[in-house]
Design a binder for this molecule. Structure first.
Ligand code: CP
Length: 325
C-alpha cells in the first residue's frame, strides 16, 4: 500500500504520518481558497466531472452536509439518497452489497454512514469506486478524527506532547476510537479517559495505545482531569447504541451529572483547556447538556471550529482521492 496516497477511507489506523501531513497541507489550501472569490472559482474546477453520493442510513447533520458542501465547493455533483433504510430497494429484500454494487456504477465516490460496525469494509469489498466511512455504529469515524486532529494542530501547532481528556460515553464513541488511533501515531501523547464504569473505553483501544507507547490514565471525576489536560474532548451518551430500556442506559444517565462541563470549572487566566466535542450535544434537558451553554462564550470553546474544519478536511480528502484517479 502506498504510504501516502489512499483510495478508500475505512479506519483511522490506515493513515501514515506522511499521509496526515499531506491531508493537513491540502486542508490549509482549501481553507485559504475558500476565503477568496478567486479561490472559490478555482476550486469549482477540481472535481467538475465527478459525482459523489452521500449514502446515509443513520441521522447526521455535520458529516452529511459538510461532505455535500465539500463536493459542491469542488464543482462535483451530489447524489443524496433520501433515507435509504426506508426508501432504497433494500426494503424489498435487496442486499446491502447489491445496493453498493449498483450505486458504484452511477457515481465516482460513496460516502457511507450506517449503524453497523464493519459495514464500510463490506462496501469496499464490492464497490467499483472509493468508499469513505462516515461513521459505522460504535466502530470508526475516521474523517471526524482527522478534523479533530487538524483542530488540535490549529491551536497547538504540534500534536507531539499533547495531553487530552476524553469524557463521557467512551464505550460507544466512534470518534474517540478513531481519534485514539490517530493520536497513537505521535510522540509523548497522554490521554485521560474520564467516564463512569458503564461507558468505559473498550479494552481493545487501550491495548492499541499500549502497543504504540501512548500514556493513558483513567479518571472517574471530571474536575480532576481538567487540571491535567490541554484539551477536553466531551461526548454525548449515545442513547441509540443501548438496547431499549436497558439497565446500562439508566446507569449511564444516572452518572451523567458528574460528567458535565461548566464554565465555572475552567481555570481562570489560562489558555488551557480547550473544549472540544464532535457534536451533536444532547440538549433535550438543558441542565443535562454535557457542555453547559455557559461554556459557549469562553474563548477556549472550539467545538464550532471543529464543525467548520470538517468542511475543509473533507474537501481535501475528496480532492486527494478523486483528482489522483
Ligand atoms: N460529528 C458528527 O458525526 O456529527 P453528525 O452526526 O451530525 O454527522
Amino acid at each position: 500500500m502506498d504510504p501516502i496516497r489512499f483510495w478508500h477511507i475505512l479506519n483511522a489506523k490506515q493513515f501514515s504520518r506522511p499521509s496526515l501531513d499531506l491531508i493537513f497541507a491540502e486542508t490549509d489550501l482549501m481553507r485559504a481558497h475558500k476565503a477568496t472569490t478567486q479561490g472559490r472559482i478555482l476550486l469549482k474546477q477540481i472535481l467538475a466531472d465527478k459525482i459523489i453520493c452521500t449514502d446515509f442510513y443513520e441521522a447526521s447533520t455535520r458529516t452529511n452536509l459538510s461532505f455535500g458542501s465539500a463536493a459542491l465547493s469542488l464543482g462535483a455533483q451530489l447524489l443524496n439518497p433520501n433515507d435509504p433504510e426506508k426508501f432504497s430497494s433494500e426494503v424489498k429484500g435487496e442486499s446491502f452489497e447489491d445496493s453498493i454494487r449498483t450505486i458504484s456504477r452511477y457515481v465516482d465516490l460513496i460516502v457511507l454512514r450506517h449503524k453497523e460496525i464493519g459495514i464500510a469494509e463490506r462496501a469496499a469489498a464490492v464497490s467499483r469506486v472509493p468508499i469513505i466511512n462516515a461513521g459505522d455504529g460504535a466502530g470508526q469515524h475516521p474523517t471526524q478524527a482527522l478534523l479533530d486532529l487538524y483542530t488540535i494542530k490549529q491551536y497547538r501547532q504540534t500534536i507531539n506532547g499533547v495531553s487530552i481528556a476524553m469524557v463521557g460515553d467512551l464505550l460507544h464513541s466512534r470518534t474517540v476510537n478513531s481519534l485514539c488511533y490517530l493520536l497513537a501515531k505521535f510522540d509523548d501523547v497522554t490521554i485521560h479517559f474520564v467516564s463512569p464504569p458503564i461507558t468505559a473505553i473498550k479494552p481493545g483501544i487501550k491495548t492499541y495505545l499500549e502497543e504504540h507507547g501512548v500514556n493513558y490514565t483513567d479518571y472517574m471525576s471530571l474536575p480532576e482531569a481538567i487540571d491535567q489536560a490541554e484539551f477536553i474532548y466531551m461526548t454525548r451518551i449515545q442513547e441509540e447504541r443501548f438496547s431499549d430500556h436497558s439497565d446500562d442506559y439508566r446507569l449511564a444517565q444516572l452518572a451523567k451529572p458528574d460528567f458535565i462541563i461548566r464554565q465555572a470549572m475552567l481555570p481562570q487566566d489560562s489558555y488551557y483547556p480547550y473544549i472540544m466535542h464532535p457534536l451533536p450535544r444532547d440538549s433535550r434537558v438543558a441542565e443535562l447538556n454535557e457542555i453547559n451553554y455557559d461554556v459557549d462564550n469562553d474563548p477556549r470553546a472550539i467545538y464550532f471550529d471543529q464543525v467548520e474544519n470538517g468542511l475543509y478536511v473533507r474537501m481535501a480528502l475528496l480532492k486527494l482521492i478523486l483528482s489522483a484517479n
